[in-house]
Ligand binder design. Sequence first.
Ligand code: HEM
Length: 300
Amino acid sequence: MRSFREIKLHYNFTAEDEKRLVSLQNLMTENVDKAMDALHSWILQTKEAAVFFSDDNRKSHIFGAQKKWFLNLFSGNYDNNYYESLIRIGQVHVKRFVDAHFMNRSVNIIRNFCVNIISSHIESMDEQARLLISVEKILDINLDIITSSYIEEEIKTYSPAYKVKSALLSFSERFSQFMNLILLLALITLTLGVVGLLVYDVRSIIVGNFKHGIISALGSLLLLWVIIELINTEISHLKKGGRLQISLFIGVALVTVIREIMITVKLQKPEIEVVYYLIAAILAIGLVYWLIKKTEVEIK
Ligand code: HEM
C-alpha cells in the first residue's frame, strides 16, 4: 500500500486544495442531510445494496459513519489518522462482503451531489472550477485508498485458500506418484509370473511335450512382450509425467485372450461354441483397443 504522502503527491493534492475544501465546510455541513438522502435513497432502492441494511441498528450505525465520512471530506485535516480511517472502510467492507462496485457508485452519487451544490451556490465560474477540481481530487484519493485496501484485504483473505489449494495439489501429486510406483511393482511381479510360465513351457518342450510347450511358450512370450512394453510406458510416465496409455492395458487383455485361444484350440480341441465365444471376445477387445488407440493418437 502506498504512503498517504505519495498518493497526495501523485494527485497533486496541495495546500491550496486543502484550503478550498475547508472553504466549502459550512456549505457542505448545511447540506449534509441532502447529500445523505441522495446516497441512502439509492442504497435502499437498490435490492443488492439494501440487503446490508435490513437491520435498523446497523443501518443507523453505517449511515452515521457515512455522514461523518462526508463531513470529513471538508475538515482540512488530511493526516495519517484520516488515511487509516479510509483503509479501515475498505477492510470492513471486504469483511462484510460489500462489493467494491457499491463503493464506486456511492462516491459517484456524492460527486454528482457536490457538483450540483457548488454550481448552484458559487457564482464565479472560475471559483466553481477550482473548487470542483479540489473536490474531485479528494474524492478520487478516497476511492483510490479504499479500493487499494479492498484489494489488499482480499488477497489476504484468499491467500489461506491458495495455501490449502496448493497443499491439496501437492498431496494429490505425491499420492499419484506413490500409486504409480505400486502399479510398477505389481507389473514387475506379474512379469516374474509370466517368466515362470515361460520356464514351465520350456520345461514342457524339454520333457518331450513339443506341441503344447511351443504353442504355450509362444503365448507366454507374447504376454511378456506386452508387459515389458507396459513397464516401459509406466517408467517414462513416472520420469516425464504425461498421459498413461490405456491402450497398452487393453493390449494385455487382447494378448491374454489370443494366448488362451491358441492353447485351447490347438491343444484341448474344445466344442465349436467355445471357439466362437473366444473369437467374439477377441473381436470385442480388438474393437475397444482400436477405438482407444485412435483417440490417443488424436489427443497427441
Ligand atoms: C460513500 C460510501 C460509503 C462509505 C463512506 C462507507 C463507510 C463505512 C464505514 C466508515 C464503515 C465502518 C463503520 C464502523 O466503524 O463500524 C462502514 C461499514 C459498512 N458498510 Fe459502508 N460505506 C459506504 C457505502 C456502503 C455501501 C454502498 C454499502 C452496502 C451496499 C455499505 C455497507 C457497509 C457494511 C455492511 C458495513 C459493516 C457494518 C457493520 O459491521 O456493522 N457501505 N461503511
